[in-house]
Every structure is written in C-alpha cells, then in structure tokens.
Design a protein around this ligand. Structure first.
Ligand SMILES: Cc1ncc(COP(=O)(O)O)c(C=O)c1O
Length: 346
C-alpha cells in the first residue's frame, strides 16, 4: 500500500533530482575543509541568511548544541521557551554536555516569550546567581502549533539581547517555513540573531543535515566543537549535494505545503469527533487537533486504524495529534487523509 505519511516533515525522502546530484557530487575530506560541495553549501547558506559563515552538521540537535556550547560557558544560563525543542527534546544536551543552566519561560499560545518576562529573568550581578548569556527562540514554534514568530518580535528580542550584552540564537529548524509564511526573506527575518540553526532534512526534503550560521569566529569555534562531539564528517559532500537543492529549489515551494495544511484544517472542520485549535490553522505546515471527549478510541487505536486506511499519523499528547504536510503530500493525499479520519471516527 502507498502510504500518505503525515507524521512529520522529517520523513521526506530525497527527490530523484537530489539522488542524481548526490551520485555525481564532487567530494573531499571535510575535516580538512576539502569538500567542495560542502564548502559551496556553507557559502550559500551563509549568504541566504546574511551571516558571515556557516557549518554543515549532521542534525538540528547538534547544530543547537554547538551554538549553546559556543555562546555559553559551564554554569552560564540560557533563557529558553518551556515548550522549545532545545529545552524538551534534545536529551538535556546543554546541561549534560555543556553544564549550561536553562531558564525556561512560558511559551505563549502564539509561540512567543513575553518581553517583560525575558527582561525580568536576566540575572543581576550577584554572587548567588548564574550569569545569563543567551536567549534562544524557536521559529516556527513546533509545540505551539507550527506558529510563526514575526520579524518585529525577533527585532524586539534582539534589542533586549543587545542592551544586556547577551547572545541571541534562533532554533530555526523550520525558519524557511516561517519566512515563506511571512512573505519576507529569511535573511531579513533572522537579521537580529547572532546565530541560527536550520534543518535541510525537514520541509526542505534533504535526507540528512542541518546548517549552523553565524559570525566567522563563532563558526570557527563551532567547527572545533563539532569535531569534539564526533560530528566531523569526511566525504559528506554526497549529503551536501542534496542540501544545495534544498536551498535552491525546495526553499521556494513551501507555500504549497502551507496551502495544503490549510486545506487539511478546513477539511477537518467537517470531521466529527475532533476539537480543532480555536485560533485556526498555523499558517505553516502543521495542523494540531484533539480527539473530542465522546471519541472512545485511544490515540494509539486511531494511529492503527489510520494505518489500515493507508495514512500514517502520530499522536502528540494523550488526546492530541499533529499532522504535517510536506513535499510528498499532494492534494490527493490531503483528500485521502480526510476520508480516512472520517471513516475511523464515524
Ligand atoms: C524545532 C526543532 N528544533 C530542532 C530539531 C532537531 O532536529 P534533528 O532531528 O535534526 O536533530 C527539531 C526536530 O524535529 C525541531 O522540530
């Protein structure tokens, strides 16, 4: 059976064009910085995000970890969202590997952290306190529904960082989705940040890899730390070749995924047994909903029943689901999903 796979945008397999580019990629030893395809990808990423330099890393988690390790010393504090991937879903890497202390602030429903709370949480100089070094934001904010943090908000946070001598990092795993939804360049969107991580292997469809971008000194140190944590790859130009297609071609088509997510959300309004988020679709590629109280099936049972109808979905909470549209989900896939959910919850 051909499955429609809405579990995540991480499930995207490389396109035939990517596979061809991978087969033909010129490669070299990237630890010697000798891989021309990786070098070109890094240059392209830095240029697109308007930063001095970039580093190819195996995963988004490693990219975020390197950023934290460069910006902070052991015992330093980082302001993060309490629903952020860095805080919840990176195996506590900042604490375990960096001795870095998280200061979680509540993510509001729109994905932001309140500016006053950020200001109030910056530690004063006191022998009892940690030293605040860094503010991290996530854009799009996944757990809040794939919501977009607007450019003005990022500027306001950047200003707070600057006024207080702090660094500002964006976990932009889906920053190209955010920029597409806002209809602005990713460069303008991330201008207030010192560093950004974004993923090639999500909506941008590459099989592996993320990019860390920032100043030249920052990236040099991140390269050193990447080696330390075992992320120095060799002829990884075969992966970067797919990533180049992500940047050149996939970054401009994300509006299609967003339109399909909207269509999915609208269709779900007609399906009985669902509670949709009152604020509507996220404007990017994610649709969250809950099972209504009268539905007797558990989330696991819904997952299994949907599989029988050829649709893969994943639960996001005891009664909650997240569906993610991407390159391999077309209009027919959206339709098939709506039919299947209607049948399973009838
Ligand atoms: C917001 C966010 N940040 C970071 C990551 C980490 O990326 P990776 O799975 O490549 O480590 C993810 C992965 O899903 C994510 O959703």
């Amino acid at each position: 059976m051909e499955f429609v796979d809405l579990r995540s945008d991480t499930v995207t397999k490389p396109t035939p064009e990517m596979r061809e580019a991978m087969a033909e990629a010129e490669v070299g030893d990237d630890v010697y910085m000798d891989d021309p395809t990786i070098n070109a990808l890094q240059e392209k990423a830095a240029e697109m995000l308007g930063k001095e330099d970039a580093l190819f890393v195996p995963s988004g988690t490693m990219g975020n970890l390197l950023a934290l390790l460069v910006h902070c010393q052991r015992g330093d504090e980082v302001i993060v969202g309490d629903k952020s991937h860095i805080y919840l879903n990176e195996a506590g890497g900042m604490s375990a590997l960096g001795g870095i202390h998280p200061r979680p602030l509540q993510n509001q429903a729109d994905g932001t952290l309140l500016l006053d709370e950020i200001r109030a949480s910056i530690q004063t100089e006191d022998v009892h306190h940690t030293i605040t070094r860094l503010i991290c934001l996530e854009n799009t904010q996944n757990v809040c529904g794939g919501v977009v943090l607007p450019a003005e908000y990022l500027q306001a946070v950047g200003k707070i960082a600057q006024e207080n001598g702090l660094a500002f990092h964006i976990d932009g795993a889906r920053i190209f989705n955010a920029a597409a939804a806002l209809n602005i360049s990713v460069k303008d969107l991330v201008a207030p940040a010192d560093s950004v991580m974004f993923c090639l292997s999500k909506g941008l469809v590459a099989p592996v890899g993320s990019m860390l971008v920032g100043g030249r000194k920052f990236i040099n140190r991140a390269r050193h730390l990447r080696k330390m944590v075992g992320g120095g790859m060799r002829q990884a130009g075969v992966l970067a070749a797919a990533g180049m297609i992500s940047l050149e071609k996939m970054s401009t088509r994300l509006g299609q995924d967003h339109a399909r997510a909207k269509k999915l959300f609208e269709g779900l309004q007609q399906v009985r047994g669902l509670k949709l988020d009152a604020f509507g679709p996220s404007s990017t590629n994610m649709v969250y909903f809950d099972l209504a109280d009268e539905v007797k099936l558990s989330v696991n049972q819904v997952v299994e029943e949907m599989k029988k109808h050829g649709v893969l979905v994943d639960w996001a909470g005891p009664r909650r689901f997240r569906l993610v549209t991407h390159y391999w989900v077309d209009d027919a896939g959206v339709e098939k999903t709506l039919q299947a959910l209607g049948a399973v919850l009838k």
